[in-house]
Design a protein. Structure first.
Length: 498
């Protein structure tokens, strides 16, 4: 009897343990195979949900894209997130440049379009599913973020309907292999929050060179296709300056538009902390151009594909910029007191290169003088010295600057790249390129910042350049006999160092 009782007890213990095992397994399976798989929200609407069709359409977009090459490493893409019929041809420009690169973690940062919240939502673990397969979340990376700050958390509602991250994933699956993702949706965030998130990302990335950041954003949203080009040109010009604080300020003022502005600002902050400071606009378009419906009153959205890299070294370092500003102010002060040019010499090779430069003076925000040379014919520091004096006393549009005015004047210097002749105005990026037009003996030039200061469309920019600077027909830029040159400018001012 005693043996039978022990056997029954052992059977009960075994059965209870087995039952607990089954329940635990079911809970584990449910957790792994249901809760941690994020199904797509917009497959079948924003892009095809049939794998073969989706794969083919992305291949076609990538084959058609012809981005300018980038020699250095790319740390970040800024990529549009509309339906593929509208924006994927533009997005392909950035993705083509990272094809087959050895990235192992891709941080995709989007903005919240449907769910209002404050802070940063990070999807912690599991899988994001697309028609092309499953993408695993880098949970070691995400956990590092979630441990950092109370403003960084996981709110599943931020991902429930959101498309800004999802539309990037099929492109990533087509151009990369063996990588994990870090999905982040940003809600209402201050600039300080963007700074903290960028700092945390920087800390987690450390010395890794196999991490890519994708900031998901469209540009202008509105009912005026002409306004779209103007506003987007201004937006891209601020982006091109790689000044996240200024971009954030302009976004909050409403003078520029990026629906993913907060992710873009955060990405720029992170890129700068990692030593990547060269943005490049690869392609711009808008829905009016894509559809051919350039009609006022029809909803228009802007799209751009950009990269941030170390492709080109800055023409000047911070020490050289400060020195040129010192020379400019010292030259004006000396000339107004003595009527003579300041005697100055420099041994720095960067300041002794023959480069074109303009010196611009502003008084209480208003233009007070601007003179320069497009092509350098003497060492840069001497060009700046001479142009500073000419801007102060030789600009025919203004009376000469007086000595007591100098305290109210801000000095700005633009150091110019060599001129590049172009065969089409389509190659001009407003705010990024300065433009020279030449017809016979007549010529005129606008610096890149003219587009930013005026808010002109490309047509207005070129028409004013021809008519008011070159003294030729406003439509001369459309004439194939008119020579058009573009250049870039490294712009810095005393305000940058106050």
């Amino acid at each position: 009897m005693k043996t039978k009782k022990i056997s029954k007890n052992l059977w009960k213990i075994f059965f209870s343990g087995y039952l607990l095992f089954v329940i635990g397994y079911l809970l584990f399976a449910t957790h792994c195979f249901s809760q941690d798989i994020k199904s797509p929200n917009v497959a079948g609407s924003f892009y095809p949900d049939e794998p073969g069709e989706l794969s083919k359409i992305i291949d076609n977009f990538l084959d058609a894209a012809n981005p300018e090459s980038v020699k250095g490493d790319i740390i970040a893409l800024i990529s549009p997130h509309a339906g593929y019929g509208y924006s994927a041809a533009t997005a392909a420009y950035g993705y083509k440049l990272i094809k087959d690169k050895p990235y192992k973690t891709v941080v995709v940062i989007g903005s919240s379009h449907y769910y209002r919240f404050s802070g940063v939502s990070v999807y912690p673990e599991g899988i994001f599913r697309t028609p092309l397969g499953d993408l695993e979340i880098d949970n070691e990376f995400t956990q590092g973020l979630l441990d950092k700050d109370i403003e960084i958390f996981f709110d599943p509602d931020a991902f429930q309907k959101e498309h800004s991250i999802e539309v990037q994933l099929p492109f990533l699956q087509k151009v990369l292999s063996n990588f994990k993702i870090v999905p982040i949706v940003m809600g209402d965030c201050s600039f300080a929050t963007c700074q903290r998130l960028a700092g945390f990302l920087r800390e987690i990335i450390g010395s890794r060179s196999d991490v890519l950041i994708v900031a998901s954003s469209d540009l202008y949203h509105g009912y005026d296709y002409e306004e779209a080009e103007t506003v987007d040109g201004l937006t891209l010009s601020y982006l091109n300056q790689m000044n996240p604080k200024l971009l954030d300020q302009k976004l909050r003022e409403g003078s520029v538009q990026l629906c993913g502005g907060i992710p873009v600002v955060t990405t720029m902050l992170l890129a700068r902390e990692l030593g990547y400071d060269k943005p490049k606009v690869l392609k711009y378009t808008n829905s009016a151009i894509v559809t051919g419906k350039r009609i006022k009153g029809i909803w228009t959205v802007g799209y751009a594909s950009c990269v941030v890299s170390k492709e080109e070294e800055s023409m000047l370092n911070e020490k050289q910029k400060k020195r040129l500003l010192e020379i400019a102010r010292g030259s004006i002060e000396h000339y107004l007191k003595t009527g003579k040019k300041l005697e100055v010499s420099e041994a720095d090779p960067g300041l002794c290169k023959e480069m074109g430069a303009f010196v611009t003076l502003h008084k209480q925000g208003q233009l007070r003088g601007c003179i320069g040379h497009l092509i350098g014919n003497k060492p840069l520091y001497l060009t700046v010295r001479d142009m500073a004096i000419e801007s102060a006393v030789g600009d025919p549009r203004f009376t000469p600057v007086e000595e007591n005015e100098l305290k109210d004047i801000d000095i700005e210097i633009s150091v110019l790249s060599p001129l590049q002749r172009i065969d089409s105005s389509d190659k001009i990026q407003l705010g990024m390129h300065g433009v020279l037009v030449r017809q016979g003996l007549r010529s005129g030039v606008f610096l890149p910042q003219v587009a930013i200061e005026t808010g002109w469309s490309k047509e207005e920019f070129l028409s004013n350049l021809c008519a008011h600077k070159a003294g030729i027909s406003p439509d001369a830029w459309k004439d194939t006999s008119t020579e058009i040159y573009i250049f870039t400018a490294e712009l810095f001012s005393e305000k940058d160092y106050q």
